[in-house]
Design a protein around this ligand. Structure first.
Ligand code: BGC
Length: 461
């Protein structure tokens, strides 16, 4: 499925130039949430200590060829041991919100059943440290690291996952719900179902249209069920889910290109929001979704709905679409022009895309939109203990001014989380691509604030 991998990693052709304007924190209002986002497997390390079970990412990275630099998250950035000093650093950068995810296999090493109290203790210590520092914890229940034992039973393709996930969610909300108000159910279900179950370039390395479709439907059911469990168990909760999204436009204004753009739009942007709003699956624009029928049980249509308090949108680039021979989706991205500004991921910098996608989501009956991830990897250089990452600062300014534009037009955008705090393990890319506003030396684990970190510190003052 190299073509599909390409679909995910290539970037659109049109280059955008949005002038950089100075923005102020006060432009966004006093109640706006400013935070950084992280994920368990990318930062924690301690992958097999204190009773943690194996996750699909532990297994996937054990095959070195899966990761571009042959690395893994065994140690990652050792957040498990360094959370205290890292959170103090975050406070010094003036962020008031910290987003992390729970590692399911640290809490339930067998996926279900026996609870690992040492894992629970770690999250208790970490959450308490946040609160002592005046940092609000925001959590994501699932950021891609399924317990391997559950994957061995079919993982997201097995409908039983609704029960497994409910047990896990119930446990987390009971143990941590007294101190955490902000919960997100899933991180980017469109990414983990396509990359993990269709193209196989992420864990658990499974491929095939039916594996993909089954995992899509079960992830949608878990998304709504997770929301219901949080609402039941956590008082005064603020519940969301975090969706990847990319504004998608046709390369040419002709029928076949427009239909290709519609098909990509379904996969990238519509597959996990519309079922939750009671709109069902957008079969009309992506006919292969008719095959979902075999997984849908009568009560499911009702169960797919959940009234989220907010929708997290995670945006990095926009997509310019063309027809292609990729099976089922029959669409692909157009490669960018050589002159386009791209990140170290090869993704085109397209700040106006975030404005367009916020506008697109705002057409749905959503109460609140929060940008739960946005950021960029650039080839940073540590010189005399400084990292002059002006390109990243400009990236943030340009994307933020587009977020502000949407907000000023009356869209209820209430927060922004930068991806990410400290350079970390970037999935199949390994440690090669640095996204942090803080630099990490992966040998010594020494943290160095980048210029972008100082920029945020001053901006948020
Ligand atoms: C994911 C992060 C990832 C980031 C940058 C998002 O898709 O949620 O885990 O590191 O993008 O690629």
């Amino acid at each position: 499925m190299a073509l599909l991998a390409a679909l995910w990693k290539l970037k659109p052709i049109l280059s955008e130039s949005s002038e950089i304007q100075e923005i102020l924190k006060s432009d966004f209002g006093d109640d706006f949430y400013w935070g950084v986002a992280t994920a368990a497997y990318q930062i924690e390390g301690a992958s097999d200590i204190d009773g943690k079970g194996e996750s699909v990412w532990d297994r996937f990275t054990s095959k070195k060829s899966h990761i571009k630099d042959q690395s893994n998250g065994k140690i990652a950035i050792d957040f498990y041991n360094r959370y205290e000093s890292d959170l103090k650093l975050l406070k010094n950068l003036n962020f008031k919100n910290f987003r992390f995810s729970f590692s399911w296999s640290r809490i339930l090493p067998d996926g279900t059943g026996k609870i690992n109290e040492k894992g629970i203790d770690f999250y208790n210590r970490m959450i308490d440290t946040c609160l002592e520092l005046g940092i609000e914890p925001w959590t994501v229940l699932y950021h891609w690291d399924l317990p391997q034992v559950l994957e061995d039973k079919g993982g997201w393709t097995n409908r039983e996952i609704i029960n497994w996930f409910s047990e896990y969610t119930d446990l987390c909300t009971r143990r941590f719900g007294d101190r955490i108000r902000h919960w997100m159910v899933l991180n980017e279900p469109a990414s983990f179902t396509t990359l993990g179950y269709l193209s196989g370039i992420h864990a658990p390395d499974r491929t095939g249209i039916h594996k993909f479709l089954a995992s899509v439907h079960h992830a949608n059911l878990c998304q709504s069920e997770g929301g219901r469990i949080i609402r039941r168990n956590v008082k005064n909760s603020h519940i969301g889910t975090a969706l990847s999204c990319s504004y998608t436009e046709p390369h040419k204004m002709t029928g076949s290109y427009q239909r290709a753009a519609q098909r990509l739009d379904v996969v990238l942007n519509r597959l996990f929001i519309e079922p939750s709003l009671g709109m069902g699956y957008p079969v009309q624009h992506l006919p292969v979704l008719e095959k979902l029928e075999r997984y849908i049980q009568p009560q499911d249509i009702e169960n797919l709905k959940f009234d989220f308090d907010f929708i997290g949108i995670q945006n990095y680039f926009r997509v310019v679409a063309k027809p292609s021979i990729i099976p089922y989706i029959r669409a692909n991205r157009v490669k960018p022009q050589d002159s386009a500004e791209v990140t170290a991921m090869g993704w085109e910098v397209s700040p106006e895309g975030i404005y367009e996608i916020i506008k697109q989501f705002a057409k749905y009956p959503i109460k609140e939109i929060i940008v739960t991830e946005n950021g960029a990897a650039f080839p940073d250089q540590l010189i005399n203990q400084r990292i002059h990452d002006q390109q990243r600062i400009d990236f943030y300014k340009r994307y933020l001014q587009n977020v502000l534009k949407a907000k000023n037009e009356g869209i209820n955008v209430t927060g922004y989380f930068a991806w990410t705090f400290i350079d970390n393990f970037e999935w199949a890319e390994g440690f090669r691509t640095r996204y942090g506003i803080v630099y990490n030396d992966f040998e010594t684990q020494e943290r160095t604030i980048k210029d972008s970190g100082y920029w945020f510190r001053d901006f948020l003052k």
